[in-house]
Design a protein around this ligand. Structure first.
Ligand code: FAD
Length: 486
């Protein structure tokens, strides 16, 4: 797993700046990340405009839509109309709600409203309702321009109106000049009503669960069956009585294969790696019709799929649960940022490109984490770095830190797809951010519940959402959250 960058000597709260900078800031996206960024920026006194391509509401990926990209079920055509949400109808959270919520706005059950789901692992509609509650409670909606898709974010090189806004001057060697302002071009649906606005800073919160990533399978172009990515999966019925190969055994693959197995004849679940205790020879699932396999080696024109190890199956459909690519087609990378399908590089602490800090930042890139609290802490740091309450290290120091981070990855042979995988150090990262901002560390119960629930999720994929063994910790968390003043 990836370590947090060294970043040890970063200066923290500044007491030297008598006046706080109040900047105009564009936030791209009104999902969980964009909402918490907006709230933290407003708290610091910045002027915020949120651009949200969805015309109907906040919540991002949690706004379930029954429609799919039916004419492009693999999400590979550049011309097809895109749907942002990747939720399926039956989806329930894979984290207990008490650890999932923002740090100061508990995600507790709302009783008395029949539409709300009070379960510990609620459905997607409950998460959307929580995000809507958050936006209403903190009066964020007036700052959102709905139905505006950002098509370009570009730096403007001209004298700044905020000469004090540079955290630190650039090293003289560098030829790249820090942009003092940013132009943000957006359009209303169907490419109409294009407009360009100028901002002092941009915070990118556009999510990374909407652009399907696909494996390369030799011979797949001749394979005759149906193929789709989990981004376009909604309900299991289309797979009734079929033989389905589900590729990818992490959260979505595990859940969706079990759901499809309730209607399909056979489900063949394919994983790159399997936990050591898993017996690939034994059928799995309540109906014992899920068969586990290593990777697919070859697809043939007669419908056959050949797995590593030599087994074969003739299948009707392949469902790819193979994850998502990072995608920011609107961003002018000015030779400084690298938006690769596997990562966004090279960023200081997964947030700032050193040469453009603090005026360009990214919220929510890390994965294998509890996203909402992490994004809230990132947003606090960004908002305070922009106002000058927190000082960032010099551009040179940040660049050195980033180089060190990438060298470390290379030395350990960690692939680039794991640059933002904070699986083993998310709480260290959270607490580093909290420390920078002068706020409290992540609660111990949040960490313990996360560790317990992750273990149970792997061991008991069919039942972990409804049966648990950490009732005491759960009650401790609820008692703690109930004390929060919101
Ligand atoms: P998003 O929610 O994707 O929001 C991005 C927003 O940006 C969207 O509203 C989008 O319309 C907008 N946008 C994008 N491009 C543009 C543009 N060019 N112009 C204007 N607007 C734009 N997390 C958990 O905590 N618990 C779970 O149980 C859990 N389950 C998940 C299950 C699935 C199937 C998926 C896909 C994710 C799950 N997650 C879960 C992770 C989830 O993605 C995060 O919780 C979180 O919602 C991410 O928020 P975000 O703001 O980063 O991105």
């Amino acid at each position: 797993a990836v370590a947090v960058g060294a970043a040890s000597q970063a200066p923290k709260i500044s007491s030297k700046l008598p006046q706080r900078r109040k900047l105009s800031v564009a936030v791209i996206g009104a999902g969980a990340g964009g909402l918490t960024a907006t709230r933290e920026l407003l708290k610091e006194g910045h002027q915020v405009v949120v651009f949200e391509q969805d015309s109907y509401g906040v919540g991002g990926v949690w706004r379930y839509l029954p429609q799919t990209e039916a004419e492009d079920p693999l999400g590979i055509s550049p011309d097809c109309t895109r749907i942002h949400s990747s939720m399926y109808l039956s989806l329930r959270t894979n984290l207990p709600r008490e650890i999932m919520g923002f740090l100061d706005f508990p995600f507790l059950p709302k009783y008395g409203d029949e539409c709300r789901d009070a379960r510990r692992y609620p459905d997607h509609a409950e998460v959307l309702a929580y995000l809507q509650d958050y936006a209403l409670h903190f009066n964020l909606l007036p700052y959102v321009r709905f139905g505006r898709r950002v098509t370009q974010v570009a730096p403007i090189h001209k004298p700044t109106v905020h000469p004090e806004s540079l955290a630190h001057p650039l090293p003289s060697k560098s030829e790249f000049r820090l942009p003092h302002q940013w132009s943000v071009t957006s359009e209303a649906e169907a490419g109409r009503m294009t407009m360009t606005d100028i901002f002092d800073a941009v915070v990118i919160c556009n999510g990374h669960y909407f652009q399907p990533k696909l494996p390369l399978i030799p011979g797949i172009e001749k394979w005759p069956g149906t193929q789709l990515h989990s981004h376009n999966y909604r309900v299991p019925q289309p797979f009734a009585d079929q033989i389905v190969v589900v590729i990818g055994n992490s959260s979505s693959g595990s859940d969706i294969s079990r759901e499809i197995a309730t209607v399909a004849k056979e489900v063949h679940l394919v994983g790159r790696t399997w936990d050591s205790g898993v017996d690939l020879k034994k059928p799995a699932g309540p109906s014992q019709n899920i068969f586990l396999h290593p990777m697919v080696k070859l697809a043939q024109a007669n419908g056959e799929l050949l797995f590593e190890g030599g087994d074969t199956v003739v299948a009707n459909a392949i469902l790819y649960c193979t994850g998502y690519a990072f995608s920011m087609p609107f961003l002018e990378t000015v030779g400084v940022i690298n938006v690769d399908s596997d990562f966004v590089g090279r960023l200081y602490q997964h947030i700032f490109p050193p040469q453009l800090a603090p005026t360009l930042s990214f919220v929510g890139l890390p994965f294998k984490v509890i996203p909402f609290p992490l994004m809230q802490l990132q947003s606090k740091w960004i908002a305070k770095a922009l106002s000058g309450k927190v000082l960032l290290p010099s551009t040179e120091q940040m660049s050195e830190d980033v180089e060190e981070f990438y060298k470390n990855l290379e030395a350990k042979g960690i692939p680039k797809s794991k640059v933002h995988d904070l699986g083993s150090c998310q709480f260290e990262y959270d607490n580093w951010l909290a420390d920078q901002c002068g706020c409290q560390a992540i609660e111990d119960w949040r960490i313990q519940i996360y560790i317990n629930s992750s273990k149970r999720k792997r061991a008991l994929p069919d039942s972990y959402r409804d049966e648990w063994t950490d009732q005491e910790l759960h009650e401790l968390a609820i008692a703690d959250l109930n004390q929060l003043q919101i």
